[in-house]
Ligand binder design. Structure first.
Ligand SMILES: [Zn+2]
Length: 152
């Protein structure tokens, strides 16, 4: 719902990409793991897989792990091809006063459903539809309330 890399509110999917740079005796492995939007999936797949294909082979261990990294990346990437693209003009959600006022009437419903163990995304979506904000704004609202409770 909210991309963990660029923060945009769009369709996201959980992915893990790996990159390996082999330097004969040492390796420089790197990975990214999180719920990403399609734009970030694209960007990380091409850079991390590209770097691995070019620089991933120098060293014994590198020679063994790099094909698996590349294979993993390709499989994860292919699974993401069906995602809907980030809508033009999509931006990180903001929790302004008007959004807070709109969500407020649904606070008890929101937290009752979350406490009952309902799926976070579907609750956020349902409350967003009712109150006229975006699911991302509902998520920010929940986060803000949780932060307030932590302070008490
Ligand atoms: Zn993103």
């Amino acid at each position: 719902m909210i991309c963990q890399d660029c923060g945009v509110e769009a369709d996201t999917k959980h992915v893990t990409f790996y990159q390996n740079i082999g330097a004969l005796v040492i390796r420089f492995p790197k990975s990214i793991d999180g719920n990403l939007c399609k734009s970030c999936v694209h960007r990380h797949f091409w850079t991390m897989t590209g770097v691995t294909l070019v620089l991933g082979w120098w060293g014994m261990i590198s020679l063994i792990v790099s094909p698996f990294f590349v294979l993993n990346n390709v499989v994860r990437y292919v699974l993401c091809l069906g995602m809907s693209a980030v809508p033009p003009g999509a931006a990180p959600p903001e929790l302004d006063d008007s959004a807070v006022q709109k969500v407020k009437p649904y606070v008890s419903e929101l937290f009752e459903r979350l406490n009952a163990g309902e799926d976070y995304h579907s609750v956020a979506k349902a409350v967003a539809d009712k109150s006229g904000v975006t699911p991302g704004q509902v998520a920010l609202f929940v986060r803000a309330v949780a932060a307030m409770q932590d302070r008490e």
